[in-house]
Structure formats: C-alpha cells, structure tokens
Design a protein. Structure first.
Length: 316
C-alpha cells in the first residue's frame, strides 16, 4: 500500500494531537491495530435494550405498555439534550434557537402521533388486569417529564393556577415548589391526603426538582428567548416555534394521553380508579390544569380557552 502525502499529513496531525496531551502516537496506533471493528449490535446496545422489559404479569400486552413508556422516556431524553444546550450558551442566536426548539417540537409531535399505540393498541381486558400489578406506580412519576417542564419556563408558571398571583414575587423555588400544580393531581379523592404515588415520587425526586429549578432561573427556555435581541423576540418564526411548543407539550400531548385514560378507565357511572389514585378526570384535561409555559405569547382569550379545540387550529 502506498503511503500517500494525505496519510502522512494525517499522521503528522495525529502526532501533534497526542504530543499536546503528552502521549505517544505509536502506542495509540498499536491500539488501532488490535481494536475490534465496531458492530451495530454492540454500539446500539441492542441486547441490553431488549433485556430492559420486565413485565410483572404474563399478559402479552404488558410488554407493549412497558416498551411504549420506554420509547417516551427516550424521546424525553432527546428533548432534554436540547434544553441543556440552549441553556448552556450565553448568547443564542435566532437561527439556533428556532432550529433547536423545532427539534423538541418534532420529538413531541412523534409522541403525539404515536400515542394511539396506547389508546387503541392494547387489549382492554388485559390492561385492566395487568395494571393492578403495577400499583401505585404511574406515569405521573416520570421525572424527565417534570425536568422538561422546569427547563421550559419560569417556575411560577408551574405553580398551581390559584396560587400564582400570591407567589408571583417569590424568589424562593422551594416555596413555589410547595404549590406546584401537579401536587393537586395527586391527592386522594376521599381524604384529600397525598397519594402514595406522590409521596414516593417526592422522596425520589423533590430535591432534584428544586436544584434544577434554581439552576434554570436564568437558563430556562423562556429566559433564553428573553435574551434574544429585541427584534428577534418579535420575529413571527421565533414566536411560532414557542407557541407550537406550548401547544405540543401542554395541550396535544396531554389530550392524546387523556384519551388513553378515558378508553381504559372510564365507566358509565363510576370511573375506574387510576393506579396513582388521582381524581384523573378533573386533573388531566389541559383546560383544567391551564399549564402554559409562555403566557406572554398568548392573548387573554387564548389563555381563557386553553385546551379547547380552536387553540390547536390557531397555527394551522
Ligand atoms: C393506557 C395508557 C395510560 C393510561 C391509562 C394512563 C393513565 C394516567 C392517569 C390516570 C394519570 C393520572 C395520575 C394517576 O393517578 O396515575 C396519568 C398521569 C400521567 N401519565 Fe399516564 N397513562 C397512560 C400512559 C402513559 C404513558 C405512555 C406515559 C409516558 C411516559 C404517561 C405519562 C404520564 C404522565 C407524565 C402523567 C402526569 C401528567 C400530569 O401531571 O399532568 N402515561 N396517567
């Protein structure tokens, strides 16, 4: 084989790279000589991935339930990579902002489209049985879902809607966390006590949520937007990616998800209790939660009608 000038040039560059690290290029070339070639299944960790489904029952559709939750968590992870990068930069430019928020939007749109896998893709009889082996676990306990919320907006917008006014000048994430909206969704219908689902969730994640909330005071997506030059903040494309994000995360995904609760848990006279024990009918619909990440980008009417059909068509 001919040692071309191109190869010599690359060797020289490699030599410089390793010399700068105080390392010997020749030893690294040995490493290259002995290293095994990369195989798809090793790189993608296929065997590990396929070993991560551990059903609690022998109903075959439980595997669909587990895999779809895992798929969702992986998309959440992709969204979080974008939030981290957006928040880490001092000065984000408009093109980067639009591109990265669009990435997040695409992940949520993929999840919204595929949610039918849950809504109609499992046998109801099987679901109603295997879910009883999963108590008190619930998707409510998805830490990554909450991380996405904290990365998206000022913490005050996650406070329960009836407490926002009173806490709007609070500087304390811990104080606001006490009234975070999701706690209301996790109170026992009868006694008004915290559900076990919530207690366990808080034990596992509460401190992480507060620490992340503090970290995101100046780096959440809304704050990144506010640091764009003023004319960019008025740009329709910028505003529309954020509005679409609000619609995806706070209307369309919750509605797709709510449809699955209705399909499996609704009964004519008395609805079936959720595994997390919540009053899910009053809690899950977006029009009751009124969770809005970017309230300044919506008119009072749009906020008033949050979660009603016409909002979804607003950008069409
Ligand atoms: C048949 C499928 C599903 C049903 C029947 C269902 C039902 C429910 C119910 C009733 C709640 C209210 C809390 C509770 O009491 O448990 C809830 C919350 C939640 N679920 Fe699901 N769920 C399903 C699938 C999923 C999937 C695939 C995910 C993906 C991670 C998920 C994520 C969540 C989240 C994040 C919440 C909290 C929502 C909020 O606080 O607004 N769920 N689910």
């Amino acid at each position: 084989m001919e040692i071309t000038p191109d190869i010599v040039e690359k060797l020289e560059k490699l030599n410089e790279k390793y010399a700068a690290l105080g390392q010997d290029l020749s030893s690294y070339l040995d490493g290259l000589l002995y290293a095994d070639s990369v195989k798809y299944w090793d790189y993608i960790q296929v065997d590990t991935l396929l070993s991560l489904q551990k059903p609690k029952t022998s109903f075959p559709d439980e595997v669909i339930f587990i895999v779809y939750h895992q798929i969702t968590e992986l998309y959440f992870r992709l969204a979080l990579c974008e939030f981290e990068q957006l928040g880490a930069q001092n000065a984000v430019n408009k093109a980067f902002f639009i591109e990265r928020v669009n990435r997040i939007n695409r992940y949520f749109e993929a999840l919204i489209k595929s949610f039918e896998i849950m809504v109609t893709g499992m046998d109801k009889e099987q679901f109603l049985k295997f879910r009883m082996s999963l108590l008190p676990a619930s998707g409510f306990q998805s830490g990554q879902y909450r991380f996405i919320e904290i990365y998206s907006t000022d913490f005050i917008n996650l406070v329960h809607k009836d407490k926002r006014e009173a806490l709007k000048s609070s500087n304390s994430i811990r104080e606001m966390y006490e009234h975070i909206y999701w706690k209301e969704g996790a109170t026992e219908v009868g006694s008004g006590k915290k559900t076990l689902t919530l207690e366990q969730f808080e034990q596992r994640y509460q401190e992480e949520f507060i620490i992340l909330g503090e970290k995101c005071i100046h780096t959440n997506l809304w704050q990144v937007f506010k640091r764009l030059p003023e004319e960019d903040q008025k740009d329709e494309k910028v505003i529309n990616v954020l509005r679409q994000n609000d619609i995806n995360v706070n209307i369309n995904w919750p509605l797709a998800h709510y449809k699955s609760a209705v399909r499996y848990l609704e009964r004519p006279n008395d609805d079936i209790a959720a595994t997390g024990g919540t009053n899910w009918q009053k809690y899950l619909p977006p029009r009751f939660q009124k969770r809005i990440f970017y309230p300044e980008l919506w008119s009072s009417n749009e906020k008033e009608d949050w979660g009603k059909a016409w909002v979804m068509d607003a950008l069409a």
